[in-house]
Design a protein around this ligand. Structure first.
Ligand code: ADP
Length: 267
């Protein structure tokens, strides 16, 4: 098995593949189809292994916010909400896999909450042996942000960003590519501050603090937005990029190693 082959972890934000504005789950099907084609063009089977992770967007954040299951599950309605949230994630993942398979990417859905153990919202462990085996077999595992079992509170949300950092550490990742709905990292949230300036590179090394202007998301968000993304990358000492996956061609460019968005280093 080619365990030394470079490993790219591509995270596609829920804000990219769903319409985050409304309360209802809404897929951005055409955009997802384009991104699937770009993944098919940009990936390098044989030369590099690929894991795809996607966020929940409007399939997850509104229901979680409404029912409070990210803070735990205590009663019957919350138990139904936890199951309903998981079911919605399976539906979204099925759309992702369908689009990828259609363009020849051997996508294989892996349901993270089948083995993830959380503690107060932190991911403690998740089985990865099957994932490594699947990568060795030439498949492209597809994982997603989900509600998961939490030892302390029964349920918490395991975000795609947490999974990306965890897999980078556990499997010895080469880079995390965060496809999101902004050009990259700015000195402040560009949707709130028109004077925010763009950072071409960002060092998340131990001596460099996270810029204060990196915050959550401006829409309904239960997983911490851009700040949490960078905290997870920093904890994993991950290199990679944060780039705009809503822009045509960027997913392919990022996969092919081109300079898109903000380059992240952890010196
Ligand atoms: P995704 O759904 O793609 O994972 P998130 O909504 O979690 O994305 O995070 C992306 C959002 O983070 C952006 O839309 C932006 O509003 C917000 N954000 C906050 N601070 C910053 C910053 N300093 N630079 C860029 N984006 C930021």
């Amino acid at each position: 098995m080619a365990t030394q082959t470079p490993l790219t972890i591509l995270k596609i934000g829920g804000s990219v593949i769903t319409d985050r504005k409304g309360e209802r789950p809404r897929l951005r099907g055409r955009r997802l189809a384009r991104i699937a084609r770009e993944i098919a063009e940009g990936r390098r089977p044989g030369e590099s292994r690929l894991i795809i992770i996607h966020g929940a967007g409007s399939f997850g954040h509104p229901i979680v916010q409404r029912t409070g299951i990210h803070r735990g599950v205590r009663d019957g309605p919350q138990r139904i909400a936890m199951g309903e949230t998981q079911k919605l994630q399976n539906e979204l993942s099925t759309h992702v896999a369908r689009h990828l398979l259609r363009v020849g990417v051997p996508a294989f859905l892996c349901q993270p909450s089948a083995s993830a153990i959380m503690e107060n919202g932190n991911l403690v462990s998740m089985d990865t042996e099957a994932l490594e085996g699947l990568l060795g077999t030439g498949l492209v595992p597809v994982l997603n942000g989900v509600p998961a079992y939490d030892r302390v509170q029964g349920c918490s949300i395991l975000s795609g960003d947490q999974i990306a950092g965890y897999l980078y550490s556990r499997l010895g990742g080469t880079r995390i590519l965060h496809g999101t709905d902004v050009k990259g990292i700015y000195t402040a949230d560009p949707s709130q501050d028109p004077k925010a300036s763009f950072c071409t590179t960002l060092d998340l090394g131990p001596s460099a603090g996270l810029p204060e202007g990196v915050t959550g998301s401006s829409v309904t968000d239960v997983t911490g937005g851009m700040r949490k993304k960078l905290e997870e990358m920093r904890a994993a000492r991950a290199r990679g990029r944060v780039f705009d996956a809503t822009m045509q061609g960027n997913v392919r460019r990022a996969l092919q190693g081109e300079t898109v968005g903000t380059g992240i280093e952890c010196s």
